[in-house]
Design a protein around this ligand. Structure first.
Ligand SMILES: Cc1ncc(COP(=O)(O)O)c(C=O)c1O
Length: 391
């Protein structure tokens, strides 16, 4: 028998090891040993999708017209609903035929965008710490991810003036993400204006990943990059129904903005996927069209959990700022720990799983992230346990 050998593509070796897989393994081992682990790690809302959205999907599911291949570019009625949502929420007018592209969740579009825009040797500017797909998407397009440190003293905004000239020359794409995962930072309007000017000057596409604009508290209203002057010349924005409507499993989002970029991303997608299941599209239209009462109700739940966790951590002298947006709290690990060591200590001592900051990139070292996406009773139990944590 001939022994077959599978050789991985060289780019696979450049994809960073997936720290979260190792964390999952540790949690599984604890559970197998009988520990009741509470996971405050992944940003996957525990709350159910609102009923009226589920009802719309159930109805659409029974209609055979929805069982066939959907359109590559989404139902026009979905693109119109997405454009109208942007108009209502941000005062941004979009052409549903040229400036809106439905996605199978925003992750899909984020991963595919570099294929449409960059060549081998080009640089993709990625926030560090950041959502890992910015870096892996660049690698899968054989480009070079260049990490922009997000430092606490700079409000977790990147210092665009610190990018070396040789990187800037090759830079074709800048990723930004506010409200931010994992730091929970929000960006002031001046920062968006500066970033737009910077990208226009340097011929860089600005991609703003904005899935958390609607997970916000105390009256904070996150902006869209597209509401600032000149953005449409160079910017696209990714939004998702995942976090806005507790629909992570449904896989529906959108890219909006610069028509040329939207067209190129659409061209990639016609060769990769065959669109979003139409029943999901019809449910998404319902979600986008309803008044935001459900969103406000959800935010009140998340806000309460944030307060509980913040207070529990403060009781053991771990000070974590209360976020203005997102499901996350981002804090410095106590003295004597690195981020992996602290997460392991919390898991070992009290059976609560938090995410080490370094999992989001080297500049996340020294921090940890808590996600308050477990049911209320579990968050309360986690808080009781955290209060007993010995440091
Ligand atoms: C910053 C950020 N962008 C994008 C996504 C992807 O969301 P989805 O693919 O569910 O739309 C996530 C999910 O956690 C995220 O945190």
């Amino acid at each position: 028998m001939i022994e077959q050998r599978i050789r991985a593509a060289q780019r696979m070796a450049r994809i960073p090891p997936y720290l979260f897989a190792e964390i999952d393994r540790k949690v599984a081992a604890k559970r197998a040993a009988g520990v009741d682990v509470i996971t405050l790690d992944i940003g996957d809302p525990d709350l159910p999708t609102p009923d009226f959205v589920v009802e719309a999907a159930a109805k659409a599911l029974r209609d055979p017209a929805n069982h066939r291949y959907p359109s590559y570019y989404g139902l026009r009625s979905l693109r119109v609903a997405q454009a109208e949502w942007y108009a209502r929420r941000f005062g941004v007018t979009l052409d549903p035929d040229a400036e809106v592209l439905p996605l199978i969740g925003s992750k899909e579009g984020i991963a595919h965008l570099p294929i449409a825009l960059v060549d081998p040797g080009d640089a993709v500017l990625c926030p560090d710490p950041g959502y890992p797909v910015y870096v892996t998407g660049a690698i899968m397009a054989d480009a070079e991810p260049y990490r922009l440190p997000l430092r606490e003293e700079n409000g977790f905004l990147p210092d665009l003036s610190a990018i070396p000239a040789d990187v800037l020359r090759r830079a074709r794409l800048l990723w930004l993400n506010y409200p931010n995962n994992p730091t929970a930072a929000v960006a002031p309007e001046e920062f968006f204006e500066q970033a737009i000017a910077f990208c226009r000057e340097n011929d860089i596409v600005l991609a703003h990943d904005a899935p958390y604009t609607e997970v916000a508290f105390d009256g904070y209203r996150a902006p869209s990059v597209l509401q600032f002057e000149g953005a449409r010349e160079i910017a696209v924005e990714f939004h998702s129904l995942s976090k806005t409507y507790d629909m992570t499993g449904w896989r529906v989002g959108m890219a909006v903005g610069n028509a040329e970029v939207i067209k190129l991303l659409g061209q990639v997608k016609t060769n990769v996927d065959s669109g979003i299941f139409q029943a999901v599209q019809l449910a998404a239209i319902e979600a986008l069209t309803e008044p935001p009462a459900e969103v406000e109700k959800r935010n009140a739940v998340i806000r309460r959990r944030h307060l509980l966790v913040r207070d529990a951590l403060a009781s053991i002298e771990v000070e974590v700022p209360l976020p203005r947006a997102t499901f996350y709290q981002w804090g410095r690990v106590p003295a004597g720990f690195d981020s992996i060591g602290f997460a392991a200590h919390v898991l070992d001592e009290v059976g609560v799983n938090v995410t080490p900051g370094v999992g989001f990139g080297p500049s996340g070292e020294g921090y940890f992230r808590v996600s308050v996406t477990a049911p209320d009773a579990r968050v309360e139990e986690a808080c009781e346990r955290l209060r007993t944590l010995r440091l």
